[in-house]
Write a protein that binds this ligand. Structure first.
Ligand code: ZN
Length: 365
């Protein structure tokens, strides 16, 4: 029943301060020139898709439709030391030097506004706090409702609206300070988590499992044969999917690849890069709210079986505000102990009802 399990949701309004409004003047640079040229060629006006309204939509929806068992809280900003476990010091110096400025960081249209650095450190800090709350037993699971997102951010490069790799920073903190040895990171965002893959590429203590819309969809990585290297070979698992893949494909990938991999790996903490852009009304792929519930149920079962239920979700993408807010709500219901639906292909249940309804008309008495 929903409410049987405790869930901490980490949120802080500081993260609403990241707001690169493209109409305002940005710092002149080579990247700036390139991005402006691309934007000028677009037929319609472009606005920064990863905007504060995303978190506001989720917060408002959860306030209007509270999930029993869910408590809102917040954590401190991440420190230089915590971020330095996954990003180089020169990259961090560069990012911190951007405080108070408007600038393009990457020609893939990743940018900062004056309050972005604080927002980004708050996002990473709240992901860390979410992990601490679960490892310390304050809640059975946690959801870090954060932005800017993180999974495209590489050790030395901001990409895909991501400045700091929140889930990787949280995983590294769990290993360095909380006694976790083996961490499973599941990334179900529609885009491949290239940054997370890069950070743990040669690390046998982090198992990275990623379902995503296949290349050439952004960022173009995440091929089947990208499996890690060195000691980490075999500890990166990519499942590239066609754009039309939906609930049943996701369920099959999670049950038949992730579950046995987790069984082999024996994680002592499960983290999820939870993007809501694979929802059928968003960018790519075809998940429904029931699909999100089922894959949440599977990772919850993995956490229950291997690590006393220690499960932390960190928000990544999701740009359709309705499916983002409702998707987070659906996932929280499962985390809080709610029922997990049976999946069928869309419409099968209705057709069965229609068969029963019409059948009698064609039978001679
Ligand atoms: Zn995404």
């Amino acid at each position: 029943m929903t409410g049987e399990r405790s869930v901490n949701v980490f949120f802080d309004e500081i993260m609403l301060g990241h707001n690169p409004e493209v109409d305002l003047p940005f710092m002149p640079s080579r990247v700036e020139k390139r991005v402006r040229t691309v934007l000028e060629q677009l037929e319609s006006k472009w606005s920064y898709p990863e905007h504060p309204g995303r978190l506001i939509a989720v917060r408002d929806y959860l306030e209007q439709n509270p999930v029993p068992g869910v408590t809102f809280t917040s954590g401190p900003c991440a420190t230089h030391e915590q971020l330095g476990r996954v990003h180089t010091s020169s990259y961090l110096d560069h990012i911190f030097s951007m405080a108070g400025k408007r600038a393009w960081l990457d020609r893939d249209t990743t940018a900062v506004s004056p309050a972005s650095v604080t927002a980004a450190t708050a996002a990473a800090g709240n992901a860390i706090a979410a992990v601490e709350s679960v490892v310390n037993g304050d809640a059975q699971s946690a959801f870090a409702l954060v932005r800017p997102p993180g999974h495209h951010a590489e050790p030395v490069r901001a990409r895909g609206f991501c400045l700091l790799n929140n889930v990787a920073v949280a995983a590294a903190h769990a290993q360095a300070k909380l006694g976790c040895e083996r961490i499973l990171i599941v990334d179900w965002d529609a885009h491949h988590g290239n940054g997370t893959q890069d950070i743990f590429w040669a690390d046998p203590d982090v198992l990275f499992f990623d379902t995503h819309c296949a290349a050439p969809f952004y960022p173009g990585s995440g091929h089947l044969d990208e499996v890690g290297a060195g000691l980490g070979e075999g500890f990166t698992i990519n499942v590239p999917l066609p754009e039309t893949a939906g609930d049943l494909a996701f369920e099959k990938a999670f049950r038949e690849i992730l579950v046995p991999a987790a069984e082999y790996f024996q994680p002592d903490l499960v983290l999820v890069s939870a993007g809501f852009d694979p929802h059928r009304n968003d960018m790519a792929l075809n998940l429904t709210y029931d699909g999100f519930k089922v894959i949440t149920g599977i990772v919850q079962q993995i956490a229950d079986q291997h690590c006393d239920g220690k499960l932390v979700l960190v928000l990544e993408g999701g740009y359709n505000l309705t499916s983002l807010a409702r998707g987070v709500h659906a996932v929280l219901e499962v985390l809080a102990g709610g029922e997990i639906p049976q999946l069928t292909e869309a419409g099968i249940r209705e057709v069965s009802e229609a068969i029963a309804f019409h059948q009698a008309a064609f039978i001679e008495e």
